[in-house]
Design a protein around this ligand. Structure first.
Ligand code: FAD
Ligand code: NAP
Length: 339
């Protein structure tokens, strides 16, 4: 089939901030052949290629002078099963939460803490998505990516992906690797992670003392639904800032000045500070300037009340960064990908 390329397409429905910008050209890739045709189109027309999934980790700051290729490939398959460990492969365009649910329905454990994260399977390795004490690196087997420079396919093992906190090789080399499919090593023998945030408390309240992975997923979905704005209702891209890692001495100094400081010591001696706490203490929670704002329940989440532009959201983010740097001597890095 020939790739269907449209000119001048609004990206408003394709980014969860709901920012209204136009793509010079737009197409959807349903399989590897579509991806190759998109690369050829981009070369022929001298247009850069921007690959997107669900658009839930993007901040679009103006019209996109590129061919925007939305990954829409589908397919989930079991590659091996030894009775206990199972390797499952999913195509890049699979919707992440639907994929998580399909593994839970097969009785497999590993992805339950990553329930209800928006987006696609193909984007998940980009920032090594994480929630409630689990990151995809913990259950990752391997992936296949297309090298946009050479057109060759390459398989990556866990060690080759350079996964780190909200980071990976693919995020570091953004215009090079186009992730086509990802494989996960899951298990029928559940090793649940319940010690993070209110997960165990939520299960206890429901009288569930021996939870299944599906119980954990349901509890996490309920917690998230209470706390996080639904992008279908209020535009947002989840956490706008990463939690900063600071030296133990800076953390101790800050704690003397701010006894309530929320920080988590890391294995390497650094301390991860809760960026949301810093922003809230600085008085930004619920702040609104026009249609760009800070969510009223979760200060790590910037929101678009309707007609905010990407630049207005960026401007708000920069004001918060400058304020936090001045108050606490801490640098906040943005998490969404800016275009
Ligand atoms: P997009 O936003 O479309 O793209 C993100 C980046 O990946 C872009 O740079 C894009 O070019 C690139 N990309 C996309 N697909 C591919 C591909 N196939 N190959 C190569 N590059 C690609 N994140 C977390 O880590 N944990 C959370 O708990 C979490 N919760 C969230 C809650 C909400 C309400 C929202 C809105 C977002 C949340 N996020 C969270 C952020 C986001 O959902 C994830 O980062 C998600 O993986 C992004 O997927 P996507 O398909 O929407 O990617
Ligand atoms: P939370 O539970 O209120 O916790 C606040 C912060 O403290 C989180 O950022 C978390 O860091 C950290 N934290 C909490 N318990 C911890 C522990 N036991 N050990 C180490 N760190 C701990 O956070 P929340 O905002 O409601 O989010 C819940 C989870 O979903 C978090 O893991 C968060 O990262 C994830 N989430 C991510 C996004 C996104 O867009 N990236 C959006 C929504 C939720 P970590 O963030 O490092 O886990």
């Amino acid at each position: 089939m020939t790739l269907h390329v449209q000119a001048g397409v609004s990206l408003k429905p394709f980014n969860t901030f709901g920012v209204a910008v136009q793509a010079k050209a737009f197409a959807q890739a349903h399989d590897d052949d579509d991806v190759r045709q998109a690369l050829a189109y981009s070369a022929e027309h001298g247009l850069p290629l921007l690959v997107i999934g669900g658009g839930s980790n993007l901040l679009l700051t103006g019209d996109i002078q590129a061919l925007v290729l939305r990954m829409a490939s589908r397919g989930v398959r079991t590659l091996s099963d030894d009775g206990e460990g199972v390797i499952i492969e999913a195509e890049a365009g699979e919707e992440w939460h639907g994929f998580v649910l399909s593994t839970l329905e097969l009785g497999l454990s590993g992805l339950e803490n990553l329930s209800l994260i928006p987006g696609t399977v193909g984007a998940a390795p980009m920032q090594n998505i994480g929630a409630y004490g689990v990151e995809i690196k913990d259950v990752f087997h391997s992936l296949t990516a297309l090298d946009r420079q050479t057109g060759e396919l390459r398989d990556f093992t866990l060690n080759e992906c350079a996964f780190a906190y909200r980071d990976s090789l693919f995020k570091q080399q953004p215009a090079r690797w186009l992730i086509l499919r990802v494989r996960f090593a899951l298990t029928r023998v559940a090793q649940l992670h319940l010690e993070y945030g209110p997960v165990r408390q939520r299960l206890d309240e429901q009288g569930i003392s021996q939870p299944t992975p599906m119980d954990v997923s349901r509890a996490i979905c309920a917690i998230r639904a209470e706390k996080l704005p639904d992008p279908a209702v209020l535009g947002n891209a989840g956490s706008f800032f990463k939690n900063p890692l600071v030296t133990a001495s800076l953390a101790a100094e800050l704690r003397r000045e701010h006894p309530g400081l929320v920080g988590y010591p890391q294995a390497d001696g650094q301390v991860k500070l809760a960026a949301g706490w810093l922003i809230e203490q600085a008085g930004w929670k619920g702040f609104r300037d026009g249609d760009a704002g800070v969510h009223r329940l979760q200060s790590l989440v910037l929101v678009n009340y309707g007609t905010a532009t990407g630049l207005q959201l960026l401007n708000l983010a920069q004001r918060i960064q400058a304020d936090i740097a001045q108050r606490y001597n801490v640098t906040l890095d943005m998490e969404p990908n800016l275009y």
